[in-house]
Design a protein around this ligand. Sequence first.
Ligand SMILES: C[S@@+](CC[C@H](N)C(=O)[O-])C[C@H]1O[C@@H](n2cnc3c(N)ncnc32)[C@H](O)[C@@H]1O
Length: 191
Amino acid sequence: MNKAQAYYHASLNAPIRPALNKVVNANQAVEKVAIDCGCGVGNESAFLLEQGYHVHGFDTSAIAADICKARFAGQSHYQFTQCGFEAFNYPQSSLIMANASLYFCEKAKFAQVWQAWQQSLQSGGVLLVDFLEVEDEWLQTSPDMLAFTEDELRKLLQTFEILTLKEIKGIYPLRAGGEKFWHSFIVVARK
Ligand SMILES: C[S@@+](CC[C@H](N)C(=O)[O-])C[C@H]1O[C@@H](n2cnc3c(N)ncnc32)[C@H](O)[C@@H]1O
């Protein structure tokens, strides 16, 4: 098993994000349509399907594509697209999630992605997104990764109601093994 396969294998047993229950309760939009950006093996997608959502998942990884297509085969309320943030055609939605994935979005394309999200998300709908902070360890080796200061993040979200902005800062494990210095934010924000 290579490193990527090991990561996705470990992910299948990972619990869903604790913030997801809060997000589902906070969603005031009428339609229950979620987009799971960089969805990996689709654990959060599975939870949202159980909650009655129509879920659009996308990921660039062929391994994630194979797993999600098999896992959700025959589920009429689920669509998977193998592509990235930059190419996905965002439908109207009431929940946009990017769990541990937005930082892989091409930096130069982020403004375009953010605009697409704003057009996609209905009023009362919710974002659940992990944002890297500029001092995260990954930025030392990959300075072009998408990252924000807290001030930049608050400015980005100024038209949203911020329900959670939780800072993660410290040495924590990686799902693929090992550990690193994490500095990131978990954001729940309502349009
Ligand atoms: C750390 S995993 C998180 C997966 C899942 N969201 C979770 O929380 O378990 C990051 C995922 O982002 C995907 N990814 C990387 N670059 C991407 C891009 N440009 N657009 C969409 N997904 C991307 C990877 O293939 C991977 O599945």
